[in-house]
Design a protein around this ligand. Structure first.
Ligand code: PA5
Length: 328
């Protein structure tokens, strides 16, 4: 079996290790006007998770900005907290945004496996928490999410919930593998469209990214209810597979399902758990992402490509680094 596939299959262990790893206490916030979560790709998904937790499952009570860019919105500055997430710690956009946040007087904290992000934050005396090395950024998702939430908590920006319950809330491995098999069958031909309603949009983006990176394939992410006002019409005349992550607690889900059944020739409805507590959301996000990850690695292997290798991202990063500044 491929080592990369094994990495995904062992996410349960990664979850448990991330909950036990020490988090260095490194100061916290006194006022909080808003939280920006900065990061790209596999690390950037943490921002989508944090935004959903803050909007639907916790009482953070301040705006959350998800920044997948090298510059911050103009209103992020003193009084704001910025969490930077980069598995390698060397992603140019993330480092640039961190420099900007420090210069604007925001409270900055970071999560990485090392790299420039760790060095930069340590030199500024700002909190940093490490995740274990040896993974691809995307196969380190459980560590990135859990470590980020624990670091925020230690800085006084708790999103609530009892993270220690996550291992017992994960879907059993045979259920995850069964789900992976259904996703793989559904995406066998055409560009897959991953659809979710608002609070699970991060999952649709994650699925798209996984088929891009592990499968070396085009894929799209769509979000309802806006989906019902434009994207949906595209399914009337096409054979593209639609994979819908159905939230039983969101009434919009019924409308999406009804329309897919009527108009889409190839679709898969994945019933999500109806989650309330923050840790339930995180556990379900991790379990379904695990199924998507396994499906996308198998999809890549089936196409004869190396799921782990991403040569185009490497070239993009190399050129961007010189364009943004060698110091990064
Ligand atoms: O999953 C991946 O490999 C990528 O999407 C990376 O996460 C992305 O390029 C950003 O790199 P990093 O996570 O090291 O900041």
């Amino acid at each position: 079996m491929s080592d990369f596939l094994q990495d995904y299959l062992l996410w349960g262990d990664q979850v448990r290790r991330s909950l036990q790893a020490p988090i260095e206490a490194g100061g916290g916030v006194e006022v909080l006007e808003g939280l920006a979560v900065v990061g790209m790709g596999g690390s950037g998904i943490v921002g989508d998770v944090v935004r959903s937790l803050a909007a639907h499952h916790s009482r953070l009570g301040v705006p959350v900005e998800v920044v997948k860019d090298s510059s911050l919105p103009p209103w992020v500055g003193s009084g704001w907290a910025v969490l930077a997430v980069s598995y390698s710690g060397n992603t140019a956009e993330t480092l640039k945004a961190v420099e900007e946040a420090v210069a604007r007087g925001a409270f900055v904290a970071g999560v990485s496996s090392g790299g420039r992000l760790r060095d930069l934050l340590r030199s500024e005396g700002l909190p940093w928490a490490g995740v274990e090395g040896g993974h691809a950024p995307r196969s380190a998702l459980p560590s990135l999410i859990i470590t980020s939430l624990r670091l925020l908590q230690s800085a006084g920006i708790g999103l609530g919930g009892d993270l220690t319950r996550i291992p017992s809330l994960l879907r059993p491995r045979d259920e995850v593998e069964g789900l992976a098999g259904r996703i793989l069958d559904a995406v066998s031909e055409g560009v897959p469209a991953f659809i979710a309603t608002g609070r699970w949009y991060g999952l649709a983006v994650r699925a798209k990214n996984e088929f891009n990176e592990n499968g070396k394939a085009l894929a799209v992410a769509m979000v309802a209810p806006e989906w019902g006002h434009n994207d949906v019409v595209g399914f009337e005349g096409s054979e593209f597979p639609a994979i819908f992550f159905k939230d039983p607690l969101d009434p919009v889900s019924e409308a999406v399902e009804a329309v897919l059944k009527e108009f889409s020739r190839k679709h898969l409805i994945i019933g999500l758990r109806g989650v309330e507590a923050p840790e339930e959301y995180v556990a379900e996000f991790i379990s379904v992402s695990q199924a998507v990850g396994i499906a996308s690695v198998r999809y890549g292997l089936g196409r004869g490509v190396d799921p782990r290798e991403t040569a185009s991202i490497r070239l993009y990063k190399k050129v961007l680094k010189s364009a943004l500044g060698e110091g990064l």
